[in-house]
Design a protein around this ligand. Structure first.
Ligand code: DLL
Length: 443
């Protein structure tokens, strides 16, 4: 097993040297093998030989999700299909799925990247690892799976769903690690409580959670409820899958990018201008080692910032902040930009609320109306008895309203429901329900 841990503690000069050599190879591979890239480079008047420094990256054109759709299914692949050993993609709920491919070498690299990520989260060889990410076209399940095996840990490939069975296996197999979306882990915790099992008493010691935006307050709840360390893992199928970056368990302060495989930039989403470290903007990734599906300056749509400071864990790799949200999911409420994670932070700071919520968007004449739907915990419901006529609930609504206004700079409509009314997730939670284009059927 080759484990390139030293890549994580190199000096900036050393890592940049490796990055430049790999960037040159990637650019050449794209230019020579993918007509889409050749055309884009020619249009921009750039040849692979023009890339002589990492700064030259900025001369290259961006790639977007629409480029993947327009080249569906395999036209962006840079190798012969005979060399492709795996295909993943998005579910395609918004049109054609986006398709990505991997060679044997790509899978080997990805496995190593994820194995390193699990170590970063506190995992080690010999662990039993409960993998509740969905197995299938989605990269979560198989991505983690190969990394767990590469590390020399035992993968429990349970996938998502069938929550009572998940709990039986956690009780019986006694895993140290667990991976799932944060929203699904909450669902597992709730089911444990329903079954009379104390979630703090399981064998679990660390959790690797991601694939959807989540807040610091959500981390606190998960760590408290399960008595574990919870770290954030990021990735996207277009760039590879899970493992592009991950927090370390020592600092839990930003996600270390696997910089020997991915180059990150932050750009202004409106002007495409590259922004300095610390500035918030859209994350852009260039792959450095991928063979089957290399990406050049891929615009992720995810909003974050970059921090080049050495971490207290000893790693020197650039860290990205938690993802604030996807640019597509940004709500504009009476002129103010709001991400669901910001709403989550406020809601989860109220112990009377269960950690489930949705933002429902309706058309109200010519305007959009945003309603935040949340629910009470069973304990609080039990205490107040009557949701409609409780002084405590009135006070709660007022307090949350004020806290939202302070945090977001705008007031939002709040709907507080009975316990168990917001849909539970088995994968990525649906945070925004957009009813604006819903056609009303019937009489
Ligand atoms: O979600 C890959 C993954 C699997 C990451 C398991 C982590 C764990 P996609 O289905 O292609 O891939 O979705 C990628 O999900 O562009 C982000 O918007 C969002 N996302 C992924 N990880 C995080 C995270 C996988 N930690 C899209 N925080 C990305 C916030 C995340 N958003």
């Amino acid at each position: 097993m080759v484990f390139n841990i030293e890549m994580e503690t190199m000096s900036r000069e050393e890592i940049q040297k490796i990055q430049l050599a790999r960037l040159k190879e990637t650019v050449k591979r794209c230019y020579e093998n993918v007509p889409f890239h050749k055309q884009n480079f020619d249009d921009a008047g750039i040849k692979p030989e023009d890339i002589q420094s990492l700064e030259d990256l900025q001369r290259l054109p961006f790639m977007k999700k629409t480029d993947l759709r327009e080249n569906y299914p395999f036209n962006l692949f840079a190798v012969d299909m005979k060399e492709v050993v795996r295909i993943h993609g998005s579910s395609g709920t918004k049109g054609k799925p986006t398709v990505v491919g991997y060679t044997k070498k790509d899978i080997e690299n990805w496995s190593e990247i994820v194995a390193r990520a699990i170590c970063c989260a506190g995992g080690r060889p010999g662990d039993i690892f409960h993998n509740a990410y969905g197995y299938g076209l989605f990269t979560g399940g198989l991505g983690l799976h190969y990394g767990i095996e590469y590390l020399g840990a035992a993968a429990v490939p349970i996938s998502g769903g069938n929550t009572p069975r998940q709990i039986t296996l956690i009780e019986d197999f006694k895993p140290r690690g667990i991976a799932a979306t944060p929203s699904y882990v909450l669902n597992i915790v709730e089911e444990m409580e329903r079954m009379g099992i104390d979630p703090r008493q399981t064998s679990l010691e660390y959790g690797i959670f991601g694939a959807e935006p989540w807040s610091e307050e959500m981390r606190e709840q998960l760590e408290e409820k399960l008595s574990i360390k919870a770290v954030d893992i990021y990735g996207l199928s277009e760039v590879m899958g899970p493992g592009v970056s991950i927090e370390c368990y020592e600092a839990q302060d930003g996600l270390h990018i696997a910089e020997d495989h991915f180059l990150a930039e932050i750009i202004d989403p409106n002007t495409s201008e590259v922004l300095p470290y610390g500035a918030e903007g859209e994350l852009v990734f260039t792959s450095l080692t991928k063979e089957a599906f290399p990406v050049i300056r891929y615009r992720t749509g995810d909003i974050a910032s970059l921090n080049p400071e050495k971490c207290k864990c000893g790693r020197t790799t650039i860290r990205m902040s938690r993802i604030k949200g996807r640019a597509d999911d940004m709500l504009i409420i009476r002129g103010v930009n709001v991400f669901p994670t910001e709403i989550e932070s406020v809601l989860l700071s109220f112990k009377q609320l269960a950690p489930y919520y949705q933002v429902v968007v309706e058309r109200d004449g010519a305007l959009d109306r945003f309603e935040v739907h949340c629910e009470l915990t069973s304990e609080f419901m039990h205490k107040i008895q009557d949701l409609e006529n409780s002084e405590d609930v009135l006070k709660l609504v007022k307090d949350i309203g004020q806290a939202m206004k302070n945090a977001l700079g705008v007031s939002v409509l709040l709907r507080i429901n009975q316990p168990n009314t917001i849909p539970r997730s088995e994968g990525k939670a649906i945070r925004i329900v957009d009813n604006r284009n819903k056609v009303l059927m019937g009489k």
